[in-house]
Design a protein around this ligand. Structure first.
Ligand code: FMN
Length: 452
């Protein structure tokens, strides 16, 4: 019997009219798309036509600064994906939500609902929210620091998992003749009393089609990686090059093992932004066209916020350096490490850096032919740097359509990607088995602070 080759996974990050910060300024971009359900239906159906594993929406519960310079994340991902679940049949639906600015009961219920509504295609991308501006929308005096956010996230997840497990699969009896609707012995209170939450349970939603929704996580700092290793089924990460991606892959897989989990059951999906052309020169010209439309005010504000810097437009033609210190003001430590790597290995002006960051903000960016893009994917996949990719189309719908029409067939030709969906749920697409219950799993309810 011939062995089934290891299958590659593809997720599409759908961000309004595209991830490139200047996508909205392209002449062909339909700006009304960003709040229009028909735009999102077209994107979801295009991704499904390409047999992708899932589509994914980010979430930032605050209007970002410099919103005059680029389109922002706008619609609530869970609501949007509930609508898209009715316009699609197979594709997985990944919604981001914050453990800092939500309560576990609310989220457990909403994701279990999406899993039912979509017949087993829901996933939660767990984030702690890096944007400090969110605090003011929730009555917090200030944004909690990373240590506290991750400690809360860890307990938040314990509670959500217990709530999803509070119904046994067969608890809904529906015995009309015998007069028994649900079996109370198969539904449990969780009686969680912790440092951050007190939740009695049970959930009012029966166990969902996937057992529980799939868990994605995107932290790249120490506590972020530990949280992923302990709980996540799949991990998003921003990796600028193969060497960094491979080191991250090995690091996280060994942490997964240390938590007593099977490393093959935790998929690592680095981001991939791409410019596709008939020739490499055409692809590079397209990338340049996008970069020419960037507004330095936006890139500068992002960079200053991410790295705790105070650079101005006067610095644009100076060589970029990243002074040490200022750690207190840093909100995304892993992205700062990427910037430090660039500053220490290259001579690059601030203007050049802002152009470079405009497509992916630290994610890998490839400009080339479909064959060249498939080469990068194959190299990372076969050499221990990725289990698949989180596609980051620079412009929507055009870049997604180009990928589905030109790169997917190339990956299929190389037997790296499915030619049809063989399962129904997202868990099927990702090759993940049914989840163990919290009480049976290796996840112990230890002091969450211990892993921070
Ligand atoms: C592909 C990807 C998508 C992300 N989406 C979000 C998001 O929607 N909301 C958010 O607050 N953070 C998001 N993040 C940021 C991560 O949650 C995390 O804060 C970041 O990777 C830095 O890791 P750290 O928090 O461990 O330092 C995303 C990160 C990646 C790589």
């Amino acid at each position: 019997m011939s062995e089934v080759p290891r299958q590659h996974h593809l997720n599409a990050f759908l961000r309004n009219v595209g991830q490139h910060e200047a996508a909205w300024r392209r002449p062909e971009t339909d700006l009304s798309g960003f709040t229009d359900i028909d735009h999102y239906i077209h994107l979801a159906q295009t991704a499904e036509r390409g047999l992708l594993d899932a589509i994914f929406f980010a979430d930032h519960p605050v209007l970002k600064s410099r919103s005059q310079d680029r389109l922002f994340d706008t619609l609530d991902p869970l609501t949007l994906l509930a609508a898209l679940s009715t316009a699609t049949k197979r594709i997985g639906l990944v919604a981001t939500a914050s453990t800092t600015y939500n309560e576990p009961y609310n989220l457990a219920r909403r994701y279990a609902t999406l899993d039912h509504v979509s017949r087993g295609r829901a996933a939660w991308n767990i984030v702690t929210t890096a944007n400090a501006g969110a605090a003011a929308n929730f009555g917090y005096p200030h944004h909690p620091d990373a240590e506290l956010r991750y400690a809360r996230a860890s307990e938040f997840l314990e509670v959500v998992l217990k709530l999803w497990d509070s119904w046994d699969e067969d608890a809904f009896v529906g015995d009309k003749e015998g007069g028994l609707l649900v079996d109370p012995d198969r539904i449990r209170e969780i009686n969680h009393e912790g440092k951050h939450f007190s939740v009695r349970g049970p959930l009012e939603v029966p166990r969902s089609p996937q057992g529980r929704p799939v868990l994605f996580e995107a932290g790249s700092s120490e506590p972020g990686k530990n949280l992923s290793a302990r709980y996540a089924d799949a991990i998003f990460t921003a990796q600028p090059d193969y060497e960094n991606a491979q080191a991250f892959y090995q690091d996280v897989k060994s942490r997964v093992k240390a938590y007593g989990r099977n490393p093959d059951h935790v998929l690592i999906l680095p981001g991939l932004s791409f410019f596709i052309g008939g020739t490499e020169a055409q692809a590079r010209a397209l990338q340049n066209e996008f970069e020419d439309l960037t507004l330095p005010t936006y890139g500068l504000a992002q960079l200053n916020q991410t790295a705790g810097l105070s650079l101005t437009l006067d610095d644009l033609d100076s060589v970029f350096t990243l002074p040490g210190g200022g750690e207190k003001n840093i909100v995304m430590k892993s992205r700062v490490e990427l910037l430090r790597h660039i500053a220490s290995t290259e001579t690059i002006t601030l203007r050049q850096l802002l152009r470079r960051l405009s497509a992916g903000r630290g994610h890998r960016v490839v400009a080339g032919t479909p064959v060249q893009i498939a080469d990068t994917i194959e190299h990372w996949f076969k050499n221990g740097a990725a289990d698949g990719f989180n596609l980051i189309p620079p412009a929507l719908p055009t870049s997604l359509e180009a990928f589905v029409d030109h790169v997917v067939p190339e990956l299929q030709k190389r037997r790296l990607f499915r030619t049809e969906y063989t399962g129904v749920t997202l868990r099927d697409h990702l090759g993940l088995s049914s989840p163990a219950r919290v009480c049976e799993s290796s996840v112990s309810v230890e002091d969450p602070a211990a892993i921070v």
